[in-house]
Design a protein around this ligand. Structure first.
Ligand code: ATP
Ligand code: MG
Length: 330
């Protein structure tokens, strides 16, 4: 019996996490959920969207799965996601992007993995005003952070029989910061028997649109990872299907790549696939590979059949109908 911290989140978060819990339970795996609230609704009471008891729960259970949480723009609140990643030192953001047969999209054979550095770069939160004239954000890149993220990428490639790791950067312009990233990438690559190459981020954006099937594992600093993950989700059917994991040495938090999508919240139309796929990643991380595969096969069959798809995938099934369909195949 595993104990997992469950954070429903904001916007479509509660609907999609509810669907995920139903599917995971129907698979038969034994999980005890410790539900804790975080998000916009708590700001008034706690003056933060992520009260301490939430972090304590994750520290205790070591594993969490969460719905998206809204960060109010320009109000001085630090992003919940950034706070969690930094305070639990979840230095890896892992995002597998894979085509499903049956989901209409521009490409059919995409199977790549984005390994995004999760703790520094322009997300370090080092910003200040220059009087009324402007503002400055510091892009922090450190050797230890480059080392551990590149090590993770190569180790992941090795353990998952992946053929190539591509390091993405902009070292032609940011010679020192991105230069450090790409040099470290090259150093780490020499320790592994996996092929490696590197690519400038703008070229990566174009090549991913032209020939996404040429890419395998891609490792990059935080901001490029943020942007290219959304781009890649667009290659295979959109944000509604792409899962993610934030992984550190001691803790892991699984979550969809998409945000809280407030425009479609509380309408029973959101696609829960992204968080269900995040749960599949979580089960694999826990070593429950058989349950993970069982859910994966059920999802594949739902897409292949194509009768009960959510609106974002061109269907007209509700969140609940889609969820029931998955459970039927379990
Ligand atoms: P946030 O500020 O929290 O990121 P957002 O409005 O940017 O919220 P996103 O989740 O980032 O919302 O997604 C942008 C759009 O993609 C949404 O408005 C929605 O149309 C679509 N979308 C995202 N996730 C889903 C989903 N799970 N199911 C259906 N559509 C989705
Ligand atoms: Mg968004």
């Amino acid at each position: 019996m595993y104990k997992v911290t469950l954070i429903p989140g904001d916007g479509i978060g509660p609907e999609v996490t509810k669907a995920m819990v139903k599917v995971v339970e129907a698979s038969g795996v034994k999980i005890e959920w410790e539900e804790v609230e975080a998000g916009e609704a708590l700001i008034e009471k706690y003056n933060t969207a992520i009260p301490n008891h939430v972090i304590e729960s994750i520290k205790k259970n070591k594993i969490a799965i969460k719905g998206p949480i809204t960060t109010p723009i320009g109000k001085g609140f630090k992003s919940v996601n950034v706070t969690l990643r930094q305070s639990l030192d979840l230095y890896v953001n892992l995002r597998p992007i894979k085509s499903f047969k049956g989901i209409k999209s521009r490409y059919e054979d995409v199977d790549l993995v984005i390994v995004r550095e999760n703790t520094e770069d322009l997300y370090a939160g080092i910003e200040h005003k220059i009087g009324d004239y402007g503002a400055e954000s510091i892009k922090l890149i450190t050797k230890p952070a480059c080392e551990r993220i590149c090590e993770f990428a190569f180790q992941y490639a090795k353990n998952n029989n992946r053929e190539k790791v591509t390091g993405v950067h902009k070292a032609n312009i940011m010679k020192l910061s991105d230069g450090l990233f790409v040099n470290t990438f090259k150093e780490v690559s020499e320790k592994y028997d996996v092929s490696a190459d590197d690519l400038i981020v703008d070229a990566a954006a174009m090549n991913l649109v032209l020939n996404p099937e040429k890419y395998d594992v891609m490792v990059m600093p935080n901001l490029y990872g943020d942007i290219l993950s959304d781009l890649c989700s667009g290659l295979v059917g959109g944000l509604g299907i792409i899962p993610g994991a934030n992984i550190g040495k001691d803790y892991a938090i699984f979550e969809a790549v998409h945000g809280s999508a407030p425009q479609i919240a509380n309408q029973n139309i959101a696609n829960p696939t992204a968080i269900i796929q995040s749960a599949i990643m979580m089960l694999k991380y826990l070593g429950e590979v058989e349950y993970a595969k069982k859910i994966e096969r059920a999802l594949e069959r739902v897409f292949l059949k194509g009768e009960k798809l959510t609106v974002d995938l061109g269907g007209n099934a509700s969140t609940e109908e889609f969820t029931e369909e998955i459970i039927k195949y379990l």
